[in-house]
Design a protein around this ligand. Sequence first.
Ligand SMILES: O=P(O)(O)OC[C@H]1O[C@H](OP(=O)(O)OP(=O)(O)O)[C@H](O)[C@@H]1O
Ligand code: HPA
Ligand SMILES: [Mg+2]
Length: 189
Amino acid sequence: MPKNDNINNIIDHKLFTEDDIHAMCVKLGRQLTTDYAGKKPLVVGALKGAIFFLTDLVREMDVKEEIDFLDVSSYGDSLESTGKVKLISDLVTDVQGRDVLIVEDIVDTGLTLKYMKDLLKKRGARSVKCCVLLNKESRRRVDVEIEYYGSTVHNEFVVGYGLDFMGYYRNLRYIGVLKAEFIKLANNK
Ligand SMILES: O=P(O)(O)OC[C@H]1O[C@H](OP(=O)(O)OP(=O)(O)O)[C@H](O)[C@@H]1O
Ligand code: HPA
Ligand SMILES: [Mg+2]
């Protein structure tokens, strides 16, 4: 694992700058403002990865919304999904009859998003849609509709702006690609 905290030692290259991310939030915020006009959606952030995106996105939405959080996890400290999504902490809000917008940092296999969508539909939400910053389409293992997303990404491990590598680097202002040597290290640990 990286011993030196110098970020240049773990990031291969920047993929999205702070400005790129801001532009994606503005564009998505505008679309959501139009599509949720006159509604009072419940915006559900998926902890922990979505926190930075959610706080930026909702401030680009001119909509009367409420915010709540679900903590779900399927990766732990690994770079590969365990395939089992665990509900770690639940919403406080009753979703019955609500228009729910799930906010996620990334969709990879799709397992986490599908779990959340199915759960909230089962609880009687009127509509359940999602807004995802990054769509890693080539890795999908389950079919799940993505109503709104910022950008697609290739099959690379990305970190920063909420996305972690072994719990760290979520607080980077940009999104970078993890150096391949760390993927090998983490997979062999
Ligand atoms: O499409 P999937 O293969 O399910 O992967 C995507 C999910 O994995 C990451 O969360 P993680 O479970 O690592 O928890 P975290 O948000 O706390 O980092 C990411 O934030 C998404 O929620
Ligand atoms: O590329 C990723 N980076 C961080 N967390 C993730 N969870 C799924 N894919 C990723
Ligand atoms: Mg997550």
